[in-house]
Design a protein around this ligand. Structure first.
Ligand SMILES: [Zn+2]
Length: 300
């Protein structure tokens, strides 16, 4: 039995599994309730865990002893939404089910909702996909740091002098997690604080030869450089292939869902979504459940 449970966790969560596990709104609500209150619902009036029952045609449970109501959706993106929970959960499922993200247009088609509703749902789910402030690396760990450019109006403008682009700096621990953030420029004043915020001191930080990174040596980091211009980035251990892998995943995905300037203000949320997925790429828990767990948290 136990072995079977582990196996089912390792398997992909298919749309058939989804329909079976979340057939209607009551089941979705019960899943939320059980996830948020795994030991039973503590009634604030009775000041202890009591038995509760579902209130008919409402998204709440009522204490059997005193009648006090509890809303499992309170504080979450699901609260006070007129969209059925099954549609919400399906949106989470869709977002989690592809490696490179999915457009609101597709959600609009699949759910038969307006584009505006579909876009808002994805936006709200995406806004929940943040990570903890834990830093990457540690003494002797290899971390790669690099910047990239998103949203050029014209093709072919690349490099650090490009205008009309949004600059993103990222750090990835080899075989580990990524963190990435929009920065105003590629000067030391932007790059160094990012590394200090996201990477543990005494990590071995790999970058290209961009001068501002030399300051890292003054902040208790080891620093290794590779020379992109001479295509030497796989010589020895000094390369930035991992972070470049993340950039290509991000850019490939954004090509389908991100429409340049109009959505620039939401770009950080998109970056967070791709990072969230990337950071769980080796997890045994199906991606859908990792996403769903995340949406049970309170909106800030
Ligand atoms: Zn009570």
């Amino acid at each position: 039995m136990r072995k079977q449970q582990v196996k089912s966790l390792m398997q992909k969560f298919t749309v058939k599994d989804f329909r079976k596990q979340f057939p209607n709104d009551d089941v979705c609500l019960e899943w939320l309730k059980d996830f948020i209150y795994p030991d039973g619902i503590p009634c604030i009036k009775c000041d202890k865990i009591t038995k509760h029952h579902k209130v008919a045609s409402r998204k709440s449970y009522s204490c059997d002893r005193c009648g006090h109501h509890v809303h499992p959706t309170a504080g979450t993106i699901y609260h006070k939404s007129s969209t059925p929970l099954t549609d919400w959960f399906y949106a989470v499922f869709l977002m989690a089910s592809t490696r490179c993200g999915i457009s609101a247009k597709q959600l609009e088609r699949e759910l038969g909702v307006t584009y505006k509703t579909a876009w808002r749902m994805f936006h709200q789910i995406r806004s929940m996909l943040t990570e903890s402030d834990d830093k990457l690396g540690g003494e002797g760990s290899m971390v790669e740091v690099d910047e990239t450019y998103i949203g050029a109006r014209r093709k072919g403008i690349t490099g650090r002098g490009a205008k009309d682009k949004t600059i993103i700096v990222g750090a990835v621990e080899r075989k580990g997690s990524v963190k990435a953030k929009i920065v105003p420029n590629t000067k030391a004043e932007s790059l160094v604080p990012f590394v200090r915020e996201t990477v543990e001191q005494l990590s071995i930080v790999h970058t290209d030869e961009w001068r501002p990174y030399r300051h890292l040596l003054n902040h208790r980091y080891y620093h290794e450089t590779s020379n992109h211009g001479h295509k030497q980035w796989v010589v020895g251990e000094s390369h930035t292939n991992s972070i470049e892998g993340f950039w290509s995943l991000l850019k490939g995905g954004l090509r389908g869902v991100y429409k340049g300037r109009a959505t620039r203000k939401y770009l950080q949320n998109y970056i967070n979504e791709y990072a969230f997925r990337y950071n769980r790429r080796h997890d045994q828990t199906p991606m859908f459940l990792s996403f769903l767990f995340q949406t049970t948290q309170s909106v800030d």
